[in-house]
Design a protein around this ligand. Structure first.
Ligand SMILES: O=C(O)CCC(=O)C(=O)O
Ligand SMILES: [Fe+2]
Length: 356
């Protein structure tokens, strides 16, 4: 098994305070490393992002999903994972009665094209400015987390700083808001999920959930070899709840950090399930800030446990739909890599992302 037992039944991942960060860095590092090497999930509180800013960002997104006419959303760039175009609107999972999840994706201003993801200011006053203010508050949170993780791994404190700098033209860190419409009166097949089980491709993901929202679950103890490289299907023994905790940001380790740490840190499966009978069937929102390395960064640790590939190459293979292909087993990776056409990655030219 690649990871130790992580979250006891019924418990949620640990809550870690970032208060007095400079004085408590060593203690915080120990707490973060414990969580990141077991469940791969933890919560941070005293993180410094104003609650009023979080509330305002939820509010403008509620207007985006519920007030903006469907034809306006359809005119925005449409997210296409297969082509790796992660900007604009996405209609995710559907059931026969309708949409289970919609999303809105944006990059930083560094990529001038990112502005096309935003609807007209007249239609959605304050959406762009609030979102940019919100995104600008993220680096102070993840820089502290990544500096502790770097120290915990024995790397220099600023090891991940350049790779995760969103102003670098080769960094496409993405901010995604998910809207899960109410499920009253909707029927669905037993295996339907609001978001199906996946790992994130990130270094780390910062996730803000709407108050009272349930359904996010993580599967601890995944092993890359349990994945069938043909189907991408995985084996999961049990799911653990990852509930909304007021004032906290949910943080999870992603594939890039798992690779860069030689598998010491765990990028675990998670999903958002449909409400169970008797649970609130209202709408749910989540806002995920996905901290990526640069496309050119080779996401390999000193032990070379994972293939020495760039993040761009990894995303290329992952977006073919193989699910978890970041396997320490070189053969599994190569098999996935050779499976079909290699998709073009966006390349950077004068700060503008263009499909190659
Ligand atoms: O909605 C959530 O709570 C989780 C979303 C998620 O896992 C994702 O967007 O990658
Ligand atoms: Fe995720």
């Amino acid at each position: 098994m690649a990871s130790a037992a992580a979250v006891p039944a019924g418990a949620h991942p640990p809550v870690i305070s970032l208060a007095n960060f400079e004085e408590r860095k060593e203690e915080i590092t120990q707490q973060l490393m414990h969580a990141a090497t077991t469940s791969g999930f933890f919560y941070v509180r005293d993180h410094g992002v104003e609650q009023s800013l979080i509330d305002r960002e939820f509010e403008v997104n509620s207007r985006y999903f519920k007030d903006l006419p469907a034809d306006v959303k359809a005119d925005l760039p449409q997210v296409n994972w297969a082509k790796h175009e992660l900007l604009g609107h996405e209609i995710g999972n559907r059931v026969s009665e309708g949409v289970v999840r919609e999303g809105h994706f944006k990059w930083w201003e560094t990529h001038k094209v990112a502005d096309t993801a935003y609807p007209d200011e007249k239609l959605l006053p304050g959406f762009k400015s609030t979102t940019k203010e919100f995104m600008a508050a993220m680096p102070s949170v993840y820089n502290r987390i990544l500096s502790c993780i770097a120290l915990g791994l024995g790397y220099p404190e600023d090891f991940f700083k350049e790779a995760s700098n969103p102003h670098d033209p080769d960094n496409y860190s993405v901010f995604v808001v998910n809207y899960y419409p109410p499920t009253e009166g909707v029927t669905w097949k037993p295996d339907t999920q609001r978001i199906t089980a996946h790992t994130d491709e990130t270094l780390v993901t910062l996730l803000f959930t709407s108050p009272g929202s349930a359904g996010l679950e993580l599967a601890a103890g995944k092993d890359g070899k349990a994945v069938d490289s043909q189907t991408g299907h995985y084996q999961v023994d049990s799911w653990h709840p990852c509930p909304h905790i007021p004032g906290c940001i949910t943080v999870n380790v992603g594939d890039s950090l798992q690779a860069w740490s030689d598998g010491i840190l765990k990028s675990n499966y998670h999903r958002v399930r449909m409400p169970n009978p008797g649970e609130p069937a209202g709408e749910r929102y989540s806002m995920g800030y996905f901290v990526w390395p640069r496309y050119k960064d080779v996401i390999q640790g000193p032990q070379k446990k994972y293939p020495g590939i760039t993040f761009a190459r990894f995303m290329d293979v992952k977006s073919k739909g193989f699910g978890y292909v970041l396997s320490p087993d070189q053969e599994v990776f190569e098999d996935a890599q050779n499976k079909d056409v290699v998709l073009g990655m966006p390349i950077v030219s004068d700060g503008i992302a263009v499909a190659s």
